[in-house]
Design a protein around this ligand. Sequence first.
Ligand SMILES: [Ca+2]
Ligand SMILES: [Ca+2]
Length: 215
Amino acid sequence: MPMLSPWPLYNQLADWTVDADGVDENRENNCGPESVAMCLKYLTGVELPADFIKDAIYGASFTGYTFMGDLARFLKKRCDLTCEIRSGQEPTLQPVVKRAIDAGFPTIVLFFFELEKPDSGHFAPVVGYDEGGATRANPWGGKLEYMKWPDFETWQKSSNIIILNRQRPDNLGRGGLEADPLIQGVEDLLDEAQPYVDRALREAAETSERARRQP
Ligand SMILES: [Ca+2]
Ligand SMILES: [Ca+2]
């Protein structure tokens, strides 16, 4: 049964941040950026915190929902990764998901967060399927969830899906990919985040040093 593997699992509620304040301010709404972070880790081996992706798209002070077009634009502009967005073009997503996973492409599907709340939305990558259903990587808790196809179609919201038109390279992790524009772009983003990581570590060290010197 087709499955994108090894698939990384990140929990939006307990992710790290490079913010100096150490507070992941949009954690409860970061399903979109966390889904992007999982897809990028799968495709490149590089881990970015969801908060950094959120800050890069919307700014450090933003809190709130994130949107498909913004996530796809981030992937195109900052990672040189072209996405296909489908929104309501087909009544069911099952064939779209199967085609993407057969091609080795990650997808991010919009689900309802609660069925009783039609305004609610929740992004999750869909990473595998069999004849009975699909497996999603839920960023809320960071776990794999198998959904039978009828449940999957009930929970997916208005056939909204982002397809990342890109396969994980076979030789990922064994070197030789320095010239890959996607991996280069994601590593540049990680370099951008590094000064914040360094600052946070320095401040933590200074705080503990001060505590140690207290009489
Ligand atoms: Ca913060
Ligand atoms: Ca932030």
